[in-house]
Design a binder for this molecule. Structure first.
Ligand SMILES: Cc1cc2nc3c(=O)[nH]c(=O)nc-3n(C[C@H](O)[C@H](O)[C@H](O)COP(=O)(O)OP(=O)(O)OC[C@H]3O[C@@H](n4cnc5c(N)ncnc54)[C@H](O)[C@@H]3O)c2cc1C
Length: 225
């Protein structure tokens, strides 16, 4: 088996390298973590928009969703080059690494057409709203509810450990749509349209509970969650 990159992939990698060398200031050191230092966020936003405008943020995604239509090999080349150049994290883990791939597997083509291109362009950064004060490893015990109200879901609950929540544009939110179901059922992920940083914690007494346009929720709710 030949493990070498193809000539085409090597040529793209050289182009990507030259771009990163030109764009990342000498001596810049991105955080070793999944998220950026506060003062690095504006630069990260700019860099990731530029990568996205070239379709280089999501090489393995289909062209219709803003990708290059390539393979996981090119996605790995991108990850290696970003790490080598100590590029900022840019919300990549929760956006390109978790939410996007989950949607590619579970969401409808309409939902993907709505949400994925803004991830691929670097516009939307996601965070992950799973953990709760009384629900860590045992995620099936989570209590945040999503109650249908017309075309929207009203979300009540509290999330913690929300890495990148203060800079994210959207949240991959896990909420319970069926309170009566067994604890490992009755929940659905939603690619929420709320800006987590605008809401903070929401509890049942919180009169301004976030109202979300149904994302993945609608599909799962119809399927019986
Ligand atoms: C830096 C950091 C960033 C994070 N970012 C996010 C995020 O962005 N979004 C998000 O949703 N969550 C996030 N988390 C939460 C994380 O994913 C875990 O869900 C959470 O830390 C575990 O919950 P807990 O700390 O309440 O521990 P608990 O779940 O209370 O566990 C306590 C201890 O009990 C053990 N334990 C638990 N259940 C069992 C069992 N059934 N059998 C044996 N042992 C068990 C655990 O291993 C642990 O040692 C983050 C956590 C950290 C530390």
């Amino acid at each position: 088996m030949n493990f070498n990159l193809s000539a085409e992939t090597r040529a793209w990698r050289d182009e990507l390298r030259a771009f990163l060398q030109a764009e990342i200031p000498p001596g810049f050191a991105g955080s070793d973590d999944f998220f950026d230092r506060e003062d690095q966020v504006p630069f990260a936003r700019e860099l990731y928009r530029k990568l996205g405008s070239r379709r280089w943020l999501t090489p393995a995604w289909a062209e219709e969703y803003g990708g290059m239509g390539k393979t996981a090999i090119e996605q790995m080349v991108l990850n290696e080059e970003l790490a080598w150049h100590r590029a900022p994290a840019g919300g990549r883990l929760f956006t390109i690494g978790i939410t996007g791939p989950a949607m590619l597997v579970h969401a409808s083509p309409e939902q993907n057409a709505r949400y994925l291109p803004r991830m691929a362009s670097g516009e939307d950064w996601y965070c992950q709203g799973f953990s709760e004060p009384e629900s860590g490893s045992d995620l099936a015990s989570m209590q945040t509810s999503a109650t249908r109200d017309g075309d929207e879901y009203v979300i009540r609950g509290q999330k913690i450990w929300t890495s990148n929540g203060h800079v994210a544009d959207r949240m991959l939110l896990l909420a319970r749509t069926d309170q009566g179901a067994a604890k490992h059922r009755g929940s659905a992920p939603s690619s929420s349209t709320c800006r987590p940083r605008d809401h903070g914690a929401a509890d049942p007494e919180h009169r301004g509970a976030p109202r979300l346009q149904p994302g993945l929720l609608r599909r799962r709710a119809r399927a019986g969650g």
